[in-house]
Design a protein around this ligand. Structure first.
Ligand SMILES: Nc1nc2c(c(=O)[nH]1)N[C@H]1C(S)=C(S)[C@@H](COP(=O)(O)O)O[C@H]1N2
Ligand SMILES: [Mo]
Length: 249
């Protein structure tokens, strides 16, 4: 699915306008005004829309022929292995914490919810990237269903795996939680998500680096503070390896 992004729309609009005004732009006074206007727009955009801007989207022709599996390849817990053997028929996503109506959603329920598809580039800090097509439920929709409290400030994703003996988890703030490209993906490249890539459900938070893209999401928790959760850093890499909590790209 190709969509016209807000960024493209803005750039396209400005381009068209300038193309039609070449002769007027030649006047020094007009050029000065235009330059000032451009600066003002740029800083306003940075203040108001930067974190809401969409990550670039690609076409199916751009899909990487192979998408590396990184980190955990298959969670080792007996619980997870049973769910995988049952093709996740009895698996449930728990949504709790600061919500009015805690949810327990089956794989089938999640797959039946309105979905968004996006072809994006995944960038890992280890120095590789890959383009994939992700389909899943907008996180905003799940949070609204659950009746997210106005006092919640972060969304925490608890995963099924331990990495180097410690539970994998990640967290994002409400700007990213309600970003249109933030989805709970159940489908990758139009196939059910494989175990390697995070079956049955993983986070795609497209404005951030690879380590924020939590695989094997089992439980989502809305919180006012990250202080009481594991090491308090908001994620596995943040707690144990000193990575930045905000890994914006
Ligand atoms: N639960 C869980 N999520 C995870 C990881 C992990 O080990 N466990 N690794 C992270 C890292 S560093 C990257 S680059 C991506 C890798 O996703 P992929 O295996 O689909 O390429 O998942 C991220 N999410
Ligand atoms: Mo990564």
């Amino acid at each position: 699915m190709t969509i016209l992004t807000r960024r493209n729309a803005l750039v396209g609009g400005a381009g068209l306008m300038l193309a039609g005004c070449d002769r007027i732009v030649a006047s020094p006074t007009v050029r000065k005004v235009l330059t000032l206007g451009e600066k003002a727009t740029m800083s306003a955009q940075r203040l108001v829309t930067d974190r809401n801007a969409l990550a670039p989207e690609f076409t199916r022709a751009d899909l990487s022929p192979s998408f590396r599996v990184n980190g955990t390849r298959a969670p080792g817990s007996a619980d997870y292995q049973r769910h995988a053997a049952e093709n996740f028929a009895n698996w449930r996503l728990a949504v709790g914490g600061m919500v009015a109506h805690p949810l327990s959603l089956s794989h089938a329920q999640l797959r039946a919810m309105p979905a968004r598809s996006q072809i994006t580039r995944h960038d890992c800090v280890e120095g590789w990237s890959a383009i994939g097509e992700w389909t899943g439920v907008p996180l905003a929709l799940v949070l609204r269903h659950a009746g997210l409290s106005a006092n919640a400030r972060y969304v925490v994703f608890h995963c099924a795996d331990d990495y180097a003996g410690k539970p994998y988890y990640e967290s994002i703030d409400m700007v990213d939680a309600f970003h249109p490209q933030t989805i709970l993906a159940h489908t990758m490249n139009r196939q059910p998500l494989s175990v390697g890539h995070g079956a049955p459900l993983r986070l795609r938070v497209e404005r951030q680096l690879g380590y924020k893209q939590a695989k094997y999401v089992m439980r989502i928790e809305a919180v006012a503070s990250l202080a009481g959760i594991h090491g308090g850093g908001g994620g596995y890499w943040e707690d144990h390896r000193g990575y930045q909590w905000y890994a914006g790209i």
